[in-house]
Design a protein around this ligand. Structure first.
Ligand SMILES: [Zn+2]
Length: 107
């Protein structure tokens, strides 16, 4: 990424040592700058076959609109992928996203 000028501090909920970078690029900060959004990434990281919004709602104990809101933000930075399987909408973590490959956000 070219935009290295505007960095954000690593949020406290991402342990140092797990993530060596002390500062995040704007895109990654967008991904994990909110605690429940980072939790969402961790949940998606464990669910390798993808998951529905309602399942995520259940797992995280958040309201469905909240989960959808976070997913949309993650989608906007290409951190999650959506796929329609039959009647279900399945979300998976895009492990190839810049945030995970390049900036090494742990999940
Ligand atoms: Zn980044």
């Amino acid at each position: 990424m070219s935009n290295k000028t505007k960095l954000h501090k690593r949020p406290a909920w991402i342990e140092a040592g797990v993530m060596d970078e002390e500062e995040l690029c704007p895109e990654c900060f967008k991904a994990v700058g909110v605690r429940s959004r980072y939790k969402l990434i961790c949940a998606l990281g464990k669910l390798k076959n993808g998951v529905t919004v309602s399942k995520l709602t259940e797992l995280l104990g958040l309201k469905q609109p909240t989960v959808t809101h976070h997913l949309n933000i993650l989608k906007s930075i290409n951190a999650v992928e959506v796929e329609d399987r039959g009647r279900e909408r399945i979300y998976t973590l895009n492990r190839k996203a810049h945030c995970f490959e390049e900036c090494k956000i742990p999940y």
